[in-house]
Design a protein around this ligand. Structure first.
Ligand SMILES: N[C@@H](CCC(=O)N[C@@H](CS(=O)(=O)O)C(=O)NCC(=O)O)C(=O)O
Length: 218
C-alpha cells in the first residue's frame, strides 16, 4: 500500500496522523497545502473539503482510496497496520480504549474552538460573545486534560497511545496558534507532559508552522 497524506503546516489534526505514521514506521508521501486556497486537492478526495486526507494510491476503487476525519484516519491506520507487526498505539484494555477516545474528543474539541476563534478574529466585526464562548471551551478542555494527565508521562498504559498523540498535538497547536494562552503557567504538569512528547522524534519532525493563506477564506 502506497500512502499519500494531504496535510497543512499548522494543522493539529494532520499532525496526529503524521505522528502516528512516524511512530509506526509507516512510509507515506506528504502533500502540504492550504485547504482554503483555490489550488487545494482536498475536495477531490473529501466531500467535506477538509484535510487531513490519507490516500491509498493503490486502492482498487475510488471509495477505498480516501480516508478522512483525523480520528477515523487513526482508527483506519491501526486497523490496516496492527500490532505486533507495527507498534500498537491503541490502549491495551477496552476501558483504556474508550478513555483514549474521550481524550481525543476533548483534544479535538479544543482545536475546533481555536479554529473558530481564529476565523472570528478575521471578521470585520468579531463577536466578543462568540469568542468568549470558544475561549471557555479551550479553558474547560485544558482543565480536563490537566486533571487526566496529573503527574503522568503518558495518559494510558504507561506508554504512548493515540490519547497522547491527540493531547500532545493540541498542546503543540496552542504553542503556535494561541501563544498568549497561559496554560503552561496554569498547568505546569501539562507543560512537563507536552515537553516530554515534543522531545520525541515523531513530534520534533512534525512541529506546527503557521501557513500563508493566499486566497480569501470563503
Ligand atoms: N474534524 C476534522 C477537522 C479538520 C479541519 O478542520 N481541517 C482544516 C485545516 S486545519 O485547521 O487542520 O489546518 C480544514 O481542512 N479546513 C477547511 C474547511 O473547513 O473547509 C479532523 O479531525 O480531521
Amino acid at each position: 500500500m502506497v500512502l499519500k497524506l494531504i496535510s497543512a503546516t499548522p494543522s493539529p489534526y494532520a499532525r496526529k496522523v503524521r505522528i502516528a505514521l512516524a511512530e509506526k514506521s509507516i512510509p507515506f508521501e506528504l502533500v502540504t497545502e492550504v485547504p482554503w486556497d483555490g489550488t487545494t486537492q482536498t475536495p477531490l478526495y473529501n466531500p467535506l473539503e477538509k484535510l487531513p486526507v490519507l490516500i491509498d494510491t493503490e486502492a482498487e476503487n475510488d471509495e477505498d482510496q480516501a480516508v478522512y476525519e483525523s480520528h477515523f484516519i487513526l482508527d483506519w491506520i491501526e486497523y490496516k497496520y496492527p500490532a505486533p507487526q507495527y507498534i500498537n498505539l491503541v490502549p491495551s484494555t477496552k476501558e483504556g480504549e474508550l478513555f483514549g477516545r474521550k481524550v481525543q474528543v476533548v483534544a479535538d474539541g479544543i482545536c475546533d474552538a481555536c479554529v473558530l476563534m481564529f476565523f472570528e478574529k478575521q471578521r470585520v466585526l468579531p463577536s466578543q460573545e462568540w469568542t468568549a464562548r470558544q475561549r471557555r471551551k479551550v479553558d474547560g478542555g485544558l482543565k480536563k486534560l490537566a486533571q487526566w494527565v496529573g503527574d503522568k508521562d503518558f495518559l494510558i498504559d504507561d506508554r504512548l497511545t493515540l490519547a497522547d498523540v491527540a493531547a500532545g498535538c493540541v498542546l503543540g497547536y496552542l504553542r503556535v496558534r494561541f501563544a498568549e494562552h497561559p496554560w503552561q503557567d496554569l498547568y505546569p504538569n501539562l507543560k512537563r507532559y507536552s515537553d516530554l512528547l515534543e522531545a520525541r522524534e515523531s513530534f520534533r519532525r512534525t512541529r506546527p508552522v503557521p501557513q500563508a493563506i493566499n486566497d480569501k477564506i470563503v
